[in-house]
Write a protein that binds this ligand. Structure first.
Ligand code: FES
Length: 104
């Protein structure tokens, strides 16, 4: 197993259009299932001390539950103020039913 892969979840364990937090010492990630396609971003909102995985998925965006700014889940680009700094995204690698994030 390449050591730049972080196991996120089993594909079947994350329902479509839901998000889950994955802890790691360097900072948690959020893993998303958008209609069967997986994405990952940093979990921490770039605007403040909020966890994006506690937000709501709306039309491919994650809405932060702190001040209701949002990001495009696929690109990490801010979509709604007060968010203005992109959130880091991670490439996903699927191995069978296992979903991994590729860490740079
Ligand atoms: S902390 Fe996320 S919008 Fe402010």
């Amino acid at each position: 197993m390449a050591d730049n892969l972080l196991f996120l979840c089993k594909a079947g364990d994350l329902a479509p259009n839901s998000v889950r937090k994955v802890e790691r010492p360097e900072g948690a990630l959020a893993v998303y299932n958008l209609d069967g396609v997986f994405y990952a971003t940093d979990d921490r909102c770039t605007h403040g001390l909020a966890s994006l995985s506690e937000g709501e998925i709306i039309d491919g965006e994650i809405e932060c539950n702190m001040h209701f700014g949002s990001f495009d889940i696929a690109t990490g680009q801010p979509r709604q103020s007060p968010c203005s700094v992109p959130v880091k995204t991670y490439r996903i690698e699927l191995r069978g039913d296992d979903v991994f994030a590729v860490l740079d």
